[in-house]
Write a protein that binds this ligand. Structure first.
Ligand code: HEM
Length: 263
């Protein structure tokens, strides 16, 4: 009897995952925000760091598998797996293990980590791993006069951040890959902190997400009941790219296939 009840319970907890809409776990004690300790590692990505700070990913930031990332993004942000699968696969290139990666290794330049980030320095001229308030001030001060960020402000922020990198980083990498990834990252913060369909996100939620790598639950944020899907994310990313009047700085980039493997 106990076995039957247990298996029913396990099945019940698996059902939402199978159907693709897990229930909102973000308010449970198990997933409360705890700052990383000195031996925990974190990444250049505020999304993954937030998931680790809330315990959706291992709090030590180590030995993370692709299924763990996909499950954490679904449980924490209601992101469907296809929205981050490519990034999760690329993450394995940043380390030596076949099936796991550590968050800090994601700073390996030009695998996913790119120049002209929203909240980190360029690798060639500074610390590309940790949050930097000066870099983030472009986004923090965007869209003056209203209390939300949107696709239009994201375009402006990306243009300003890229102009700054081109002016100050003689080694800036700015090909279609980085432009596409940067636009994807903008779509990710708008979707995680705001409405994944319209791409409108309250400023205070976005600022807490970047500065504290925390879900702003106490401030009123809720995990969106509308999932972020491949379609919604591509729609916002595509709108950002279309409005960006972007030009490449170079046609090709160094191809980084792993630590010390650069073609
Ligand atoms: C779970 C949902 C995710 C969200 C909400 C998210 C959000 C973001 C945002 C907003 C940035 C831009 C940071 C900046 O420019 O300062 C970013 C960057 C980054 N993300 Fe994520 N991300 C997610 C998933 C992932 C996954 C699955 C990976 C790989 C395993 C990843 C790896 C990275 C890396 C390496 C960067 C640095 C890129 C750069 O240099 O600009 N992210 N992410």
């Amino acid at each position: 009897m106990l076995l039957i009840s247990l298996s029913l319970l396990l099945m019940a907890s698996a059902i939402p995952r199978i159907l693709g809409f897990s229930s909102d776990l973000t308010h449970s004690d198990k997933y409360q925000w705890i700052a990383p300790n000195v031996t925990d590692v974190r990444s250049p990505c505020p999304g993954l760091n937030t998931l680790a700070n809330h315990g959706f990913l291992p709090r030590n930031g180590k030995n993370i598998t692709i299924p763990m990332v996909l499950g954490a993004a679904l449980d924490g942000f209601n992101f469907h797996p296809e929205t981050i699968l490519l990034a999760a696969k690329l993450a394995l290139l940043t380390g030596d293990d076949h099936t796991t990666f550590n968050l800090d290794r994601l700073a390996l330049h030009n695998v996913i980590e790119a120049d002209a980030s929203l909240s980190r320095n360029d690798a060639a001229i500074g610390d590309n791993l940790h949050f930097n308030e000066t870099t983030f001030s472009t986004l923090a001060n965007a869209n003056p006069g209203v209390d939300y960020y949107n696709i239009t402000s994201a375009v402006q922020v990306q243009q300003d951040r890229l102009a700054d990198s081109i002016a100050n980083n003689p080694n800036v990498t700015n090909t279609l890959k980085e432009f596409s990834f940067r636009s994807g990252a903008s779509a990710l913060y708008l979707s995680a902190m705001g409405d994944p369909v319209t791409g409108v996100a309250p400023k205070n939620f976005v600022q807490i997400f970047f500065r504290e790598e925390r879900m702003p639950i106490a401030e009123g944020w809720k995990r969106s009941t509308t999932p972020t899907t491949g379609e919604t994310l591509a729609s916002i990313q595509g709108a950002i790219m279309a409005a960006s009047k972007w030009t490449p700085t170079q046609a090709c980039e160094p191809i980084v296939l792993g630590p010390g493997i650069v073609l």
